[in-house]
Design a protein around this ligand. Structure first.
Ligand code: AMP
Length: 147
């Protein structure tokens, strides 16, 4: 049996918890894999969104995806980095949230994803929701209920 308080938390809109797009490191469609590797290495993020010029979400890109794209039979072919585009190595099958989704949906999805991209009604990228933020909210809720 779900309590009224828990129900309220589960029904909270995710818009309250989003890291907004201007604070999110991203790469753009058409960028080279070399540029993307620099962004990933310098920011320390495991993966970043791939957006187009209109801020529509096209995929996610990690260092592992880049390395795999330049993996030769016996060596990593670093010389290929400048000629490969992010479009060629990103994962375009992205699980994402809509701005109107609830905490409950986010909670289900962050079990398998460290963060999720969030798009608005027009499909424009508006930011990300991280597992860290969801866990912080859950922790706050658990302690408040036990007080
Ligand atoms: P964190 O919750 O800070 O541990 O972030 C988990 C993952 O979410 C990171 O490894 C990144 O892939 C992504 N992430 C978090 N914050 C940002 C950000 N400001 N820009 C881009 N990606 C981010």
């Amino acid at each position: 049996m779900i309590s009224t308080n828990t129900r309220a938390l589960l029904e909270t809109p995710i818009s309250d918890f989003i890291i907004s797009s201007e604070k999110v490191a991203h790469v753009q469609i058409g960028n080279s894999a070399e540029h993307a590797l620099l962004v990933l290495t310098k920011t320390g993020y495991s993966s970043v969104p791939v957006l187009d010029i209109k801020y529509r979400l096209h995929g996610l890109l990690s260092s592992k995806m880049i390395t795999e794209s330049i993996l030769g039979l016996e060596r990593i072919e670093y010389d290929k980095l400048a000629n490969i585009k992010v479009d060629d190595c990103m994962d375009s099958d992205v699980t994402y949230l809509k701005i109107t989704d609830t905490f409950q949906k986010a909670l289900d999805l962050v079990i398998n994803h460290a963060f999720l991209c969030v798009v608005d009604e027009e499909g424009t990228f508006v930011g990300i929701l991280t597992r860290r933020v969801i866990l912080k909210q859950l922790k706050k809720y658990i302690y408040q209920v036990e007080d």
